[in-house]
Design a binder for this molecule. Structure first.
Ligand code: MLT
Length: 206
């Protein structure tokens, strides 16, 4: 069953149905909400607990996790503030629901805030599946991501995320010590069945 408790983000929470599976932090894309990725989460790790917040920033009424100045141009001061705010929420939710550090599963803007949390507050996450992510901070502080697994799935014909940008994020995470698997799929910005299959395989082997 999905429940919502009063914490600092509006969110859905679904407890695990079996022990031994990592909790998932589900982070939607621009214009999405806390319901968007519940189905994806169930497909890639059916027995995991799910924690799914709604982004607090509104862009023309569409929820996001941080402000942007234009498509692909981020307000980096806001990225820092919002990544810390979301990491604080993860800490709160872990205490409220008795959870291990989650694996973030983020799409687009949700993937970008997950990457920012990895770089700014690495202890908040056990790892991350970043679907159509780009570099969230041009000059992040040195982070220690040793031992953190990160899956990046990019689209070869993504009109929003340039190939070079996704590569740069993969390199940034690797340089910080993360174990990065970066795959470029023959698709655009939208998710495909291949994303689901690859994310499931990746989570299953954690
Ligand atoms: C989006 O539309 O969400 C962009 O692709 C990514 C972002 O703005 O964070």
């Amino acid at each position: 069953m999905t429940t919502t408790t009063e914490l600092s983000f509006l969110h859905r929470f679904k407890p695990a149905t079996e022990p031994g599976h990592p909790p998932l932090l589900l982070l939607h894309g621009t214009g999405g909400n806390e319901d968007d990725l519940l189905h994806l989460g169930r497909m890639i790790s059916p027995a995991s607990a799910q924690l799914s917040p709604r982004g607090k920033v509104l862009e023309g009424g569409m929820p996001r996790f941080f402000r942007r100045l234009a498509e692909g141009v981020f307000d980096e001061e806001d990225v820092r503030r919002r990544a810390n705010e979301l990491a604080d929420f993860v800490d709160e939710a872990r205490a409220a629901y008795d959870l291990a550090a989650p694996i973030a599963v983020g799409f687009s803007n949700g993937a970008n805030i997950a990457a920012a949390i990895l770089l700014l507050r690495p202890e908040a996450l056990a790892g991350a599946a970043l679907l159509r992510a780009m570099v969230p901070l041009q000059d992040p502080p040195a982070a220690d991501l040793s031992g953190k697994p990160a899956l990046m799935l990019s689209g070869a014909s993504d009109p929003i995320v340039p190939a070079e940008n996704a590569k740069r994020l993969a390199a940034m995470l690797k340089a910080a010590g993360a174990t990065v698997e970066h795959r470029v799929l023959p698709t655009g910005h939208g998710l495909s069945q291949t994303d689901v299959a690859l994310a499931k395989t990746w989570i299953d082997q954690l």
